[in-house]
Ligand binder design. Structure first.
Ligand SMILES: N[C@@H](CCC(=O)N[C@@H](CS)C(=O)NCC(=O)O)C(=O)O
Length: 130
């Protein structure tokens, strides 16, 4: 069940597995949000004002306040919507295992994903295999 905590907007781009991570968290917690597709080849002034340091998606805007960096956003979501299903398990060992796979996703899956969508031939085949 959704907890009413105000307006949530997610600036993302469809081809980003990093953004998908935030979207999964929002869906898991049943949080309603507006999706704004940002064109990374022509970033809007609004978007640049929301993440002036890194200028990257994802950016979460909650009640007019912006939060950048996907892992920071996940922690914010967990802290703000703390009565909905937990993103992290209680048990420290289970947490460690989850962090291991989250790190694996960042180190292995995300780079391969970008190679798959932009490369051809052998490089692409290798990324698929990886
Ligand atoms: N460490 C950042 C990485 C975010 C990131 O790399 N976003 C990419 C899309 S996946 C981006 O916005 N790239 C646009 C750019 O670098 O100009 C996070 O976890 O949020």
């Amino acid at each position: 069940m959704e907890e009413k905590k105000g307006e949530v907007v997610l600036f993302r781009t469809w081809a980003s597995p990093i953004c998908t991570r935030v979207e999964i968290a929002l869906k898991l917690k049943g949080i309603s949000y507006e999706y704004v597709e940002e064109d990374l080849t022509n970033k809007s002034e609004l978007f640049l004002s929301l993440n002036p340091v890194h200028k990257k998606v994802p950016v979460l805007v909650h009640n007019g306040k912006s939060i950048a960096e996907s892992l920071v956003i996940l922690e914010y979501i967990e802290e703000c919507w703390n009565t909905t299903p937990k993103l992290l398990p209680e048990d420290p060992y289970q947490r460690a295992k989850l962090r291991f796979w989250a790190n694996y996703y960042d180190q292995k899956i995300v780079p391969s994903f970008y190679i798959i969508i932009v490369s051809k031939d052998k490089e692409r085949e290798k990324a698929i295999e990886d």
